[in-house]
Design a protein around this ligand. Structure first.
Ligand SMILES: [Zn+2]
Length: 101
């Protein structure tokens, strides 16, 4: 039986479908199929608990030059699941070193 695109009946199934749609936004079709194979839609008496990813963030720098300067496009991408997050540069200004200014 194929329940891949069945109407979700349980919270777990709704959660699964939301996760599926979220992934459909950034995953390639093949990767998405692979994800479905590893994480099929939960049955009615099952909980949905996607395999947690032990994210391995890698800084992506898609900055580009244009006629008015450089557009900074820097973010981080997980090499395992392709999830992205904003890059927060390490702040090395030691403002708290001394008190008062
Ligand atoms: Zn990840």
């Amino acid at each position: 039986m194929s329940a891949d695109f069945a109407v979700p009946q349980t919270d777990a199934q709704r959660k699964w479908q939301a996760e599926f749609r979220r992934r459909a936004d950034f995953m390639a079709r093949d990767d998405l199929d692979e994800w479905c194979r590893i994480n099929p839609m939960p049955k009615e008496d099952e909980e949905f608990d996607p395999e947690p990813c032990d994210h391995e963030w890698q800084v992506q720098d898609d900055s580009f030059d244009h006629e008015f300067g450089t557009e900074k496009v820097i973010y981080e991408r997980c090499v395992k699941c392709d999830e992205t997050r904003p890059h927060e540069p390490y702040d090395d200004s030691h403002c708290d070193d001394r008190e008062g200014k």
